[in-house]
Ligand binder design. Structure first.
Ligand code: NAD
Length: 266
């Protein structure tokens, strides 16, 4: 299978790197387009020998699976541009935040197989969290293709399209909240006397470890939290401070804000 990316920015680079690292596709099977050779420089630097072109239609002609990874505000213009060369073999995968399936299908020829995916940037390191919804004409083999691709770069779940905005709020935008959390944990460590590099390493590994425990042990996070809170100890004192400062409420609000913004964009 060859895979063509239209748009060669952060998300295309994350997915392409992840596909190569997980051996779901070799570099000679990956193609990418962007408006100028200058705008293709980033992907060429990150992925040696990736096939590049400035012609979006060429990507559609040469590949059956097309991942459209342009900004949401130009998606419709790009779909109109490629519509005349769409073939029945093409599967169009959109990763644009907030753009709903009818708006993806509308500019394309009737019957085009479309899948809407909501990935996140940790796909770059094989730890992505993606959800996808099938378009009107997508078939079960298309779900299998998307599952294969996105599972190669992390977790992948199928959801009804009505839940995609909520997915944006949790995992699409979520890495940014966690980067803020890592930075803030490290700041706390520095304030308490740790060197910056050590504080950052400890903070990042702590988030990674906590996530792994939830995924691998399968216990409720509240249970895992209770296990590390000794009576009268340090951790429960810290948890009390988080609760007083509205930590849970802030995260819930963040998810809802992102979800609402995604609804507005759609
Ligand atoms: P980006 O700005 O890094 O990349 C956009 C790419 O599109 C660039 O390579 C640009 O040169 C190219 N481009 C611009 N006009 C084009 C055209 N007419 N034809 C072909 N290519 C064109 O953006 P990104 O962060 O990679 O986001 C891409 C998509 O991924 C967006 O729709 C976004 O909603 C979605 N997404 C991004 C993230 C994220 O964390 N970055 C997460 C989930 C979904």
């Amino acid at each position: 299978m060859t895979i063509g990316f239209i748009g060669a920015g952060k998300m295309a680079q994350a997915l392409a790197s992840g596909f190569i690292a997980s051996r779901v596709a070799s570099v000679d099977k990956l193609f990418a387009s962007a408006p100028s050779m200058e705008s293709l420089q980033g992907i060429k630097e990150k992925i040696n020998n990736i096939n590049v072109t400035t012609d979006n239609k060429d990507i559609v002609r040469k590949n059956d699976v097309i991942i459209v990874a342009v900004k949401p505000n130009i998606l419709s213009q790009v779909l109109k541009e490629i519509a005349p060369v769409i073939r029945s073999e093409n599967l169009i995968i959109s990763v644009a935040a907030g753009i709903r399936i009818p708006a993806i299908e509308d500019p394309l020829p009737n019957g085009t197989r479309v899948v809407r995916v909501m990935p996140n940037t940790p796909c770059l390191v094989g730890a992505g969290a993606s959800a996808y919804s099938l378009g009107t004409y997508a078939q079960s083999r298309d779900a299998e293709t998307v599952n294969k691709l996105m599972s190669a770069v992390g977790l992948c779940e199928k959801v009804p399209e009505s839940l995609i905005d909520a997915v944006v709020g949790v995992s699409g935008s979520g890495p940014a909240y966690m980067f803020v959390a890592i930075e803030a944990l490290a700041d706390g460590g520095v304030k308490a006397g740790l060197p910056r590099h050590l504080a950052l390493k400890l903070a990042a590994q702590t988030l990674l470890g906590a996530g792994k425990m939830v995924m691998e042990i399968g216990a409720h996070p509240a249970e895992l939290k209770d296990e590390v809170c000794s009576p009268g100890g340090t951790t429960i004192a810290a948890v009390h401070t988080l609760e007083k400062n509205g930590f849970r409420g802030a995260l819930i609000d963040a998810v809802l804000e992102s979800c609402n913004r995604s609804r507005e964009l759609g």
